[in-house]
Design a protein around this ligand. Structure first.
Ligand SMILES: Cc1cc2nc3c(=O)[nH]c(=O)nc-3n(C[C@H](O)[C@H](O)[C@H](O)COP(=O)(O)OP(=O)(O)OC[C@H]3O[C@@H](n4cnc5c(N)ncnc54)[C@H](O)[C@@H]3O)c2cc1C
Length: 431
């Protein structure tokens, strides 16, 4: 059954969210600093009452199951919510669903012990602390079987040694979830385990924070980390030993599609600015909107955006149906592959129509262009997602007749004639 409508009750909530984000949260983006910095008292005072309004609306941490304080809305309704929240840098924090905390909460909820949940999950869900996901290494990212950071058992403890790269928000995190090799002789996907590392643990240092694009040093938040004899108690192993790959998939499957949902909001923002510019700006021959090249940009952008949104919503619907990210891996990969391309193309056209203003640092387009490229890299590069998608489709394909294949028209005509021969003879005989 297909249905493209939103239930009226939920649409009412979405309408409230739309107005709330535009009127109350977007202004915060222009006056507040880093949403992950929980020590910023001014920000906390401004944001707490807004978070309370979100709780009162029953929309707090909507990605979580009800037993964890969420709403169990499922991915389709989450997509419709996220495509509004994605307009604003602060909105996910105000709604309790900001990455990477949302994904970290998901794996703590799935795999954490009661003690781990009490100490790390609960304050994370309450929005009291921030967290970090520390997996990529300076020498390897897309292929995690090349990671070398080691965790070695020493008495009741684990001692972690190695380096990580692009561990976002480590500087404000209260704890990090770290992937490290514990069983180097096991099969490649059984070598690594996950650990919870409190940020203040001796031996953990930030070598430096890298930024994306032209971000200034104070806005750079992707840490190059050194783990130098970092000792954590045995009960800080997260999930079973050797199961880090499986645990990571639980987290990344959801994360990838949630990025897509929020990205739609940015594409829409660029598209709306494109429309506004087209009807506001004129040259000697008339408005930009009246030129065919502008109309091409507008039409192509709308089509790209709507196609992407439909693919994403269908994928969200499939996840809700199967209740399992792995069985929808192919569709999630497709969303991940197409997202940066559509994002880039829509923003590039909007930027072009804005001329010098578009490329200046007085408009949001340059940051959006960098963000589109981030989507092509973070959570695994585009190429790495395209390959398994293609391989799965090819695995399911059947070989055809070896010489000309099943599309060969003369062969099909022969087969068709043979198929209807008896009936034709019958018709001729009875004519
Ligand atoms: C903004 C941002 C935030 C991030 N946050 C985090 C974080 O919080 N925690 C974390 O652990 N990591 C984080 N990352 C790191 C991210 O997951 C890695 O950058 C990503 O997995 C790619 O790894 P890499 O950068 O080492 O690229 P590499 O693995 O070196 O790949 C470089 C390029 O090589 C090509 N390539 C690689 N493999 C293949 C292949 N199999 N087939 C074809 N081509 C290939 C692709 O073009 C690819 O882009 C973040 C990255 C960004 C950009």
């Amino acid at each position: 059954m297909w249905d493209f409508e939103t239930e009226p009750d939920y649409q009412e909530k979405l309408d409230w969210v739309d107005a709330f984000v535009r009127e109350e949260i977007e202004p915060l983006d222009l006056v507040l600093g880093d949403p992950y910095d929980k020590s910023d008292e001014t920000a906390r005072r401004l944001v707490r009452p807004l978070q309370q309004q979100v709780r009162d609306q029953g929309l707090w941490a909507a990605h979580l199951r009800p037993e964890l304080g969420g709403q169990g809305y499922g991915q389709v309704r989450l997509a419709l919510l996220n495509e509004l929240l994605g307009r604003s840098r602060w909105a996910p924090t105000v709604f309790g669903c900001q990455a990477p905390d949302s994904g970290n909460a998901e794996i703590l909820a799935h795999f954490g012990t009661d003690g781990q949940k009490q100490r790390y999950l609960q304050p994370l869900l309450d929005g009291e602390i921030s967290s970090c996901y520390s997996m990529t290494e300076p020498q390897a990212g897309a292929d995690p079987t090349l990671f070398t950071t080691r965790a070695v058992a020493d008495g009741d403890d684990w001692v972690i040694e190695g380096e990580k790269w692009f561990s976002s928000n480590a500087r404000h995190a209260s704890f990090l979830i770290v992937m490290a090799v514990t069983d180097p002789d096991a099969a490649p996907h059984d070598r690594m385990s996950m650990f919870i590392v409190p940020r203040e643990t001796p031996g953990l240092t930030i070598v430096r924070d890298a930024g994306v694009g032209t971000e200034s040093p104070e806005h750079s938040s992707h840490a190059y980390l050194r783990y130098d004899g970092v000792r954590v108690p045995g009960d800080h192993l997260l999930g079973e030993r050797g199961r880090a790959f499986a645990i990571a998939q639980t987290r990344l499957g959801g994360g990838r599609i949630h990025h897509g949902m929020r990205t739609i909001a940015q594409m829409r923002r660029a598209f709306d600015l494109m429309l506004e510019r087209a009807v506001s700006r004129s040259t000697r021959t008339g408005r930009l909107a009246d030129m065919q090249s502008t109309q091409d940009k507008v039409a192509e952008s709308w089509i790209d955006l709507e196609q992407f949104r439909l693919l994403l919503l269908r994928t969200a619907w499939l996840i809700d149906r199967h209740q399992d990210y792995r069985s929808v891996r192919r569709d999630i990969a497709a969303v991940k592959v197409v997202m940066p391309r559509v994002y880039h193309d829509v923003v590039q056209r909007a930027m072009q129509l804005h001329g010098a203003l578009g490329i200046s640092n007085e408009m949001p387009f340059s940051a959006m262009m960098v963000d589109a490229q981030v989507m092509a890299i973070a959570d695994g590069p585009t190429e790495v997602h395209r390959q398994p998608l293609a391989r799965q489709l090819l695995r399911e394909a059947e070989p055809g007749e070896p010489l000309f294949g099943s599309g060969h028209l003369p062969s099909r005509a022969d087969a068709a004639r043979a198929h209807v021969a008896a009936r034709l003879e019958h018709l001729v005989a009875n004519a």
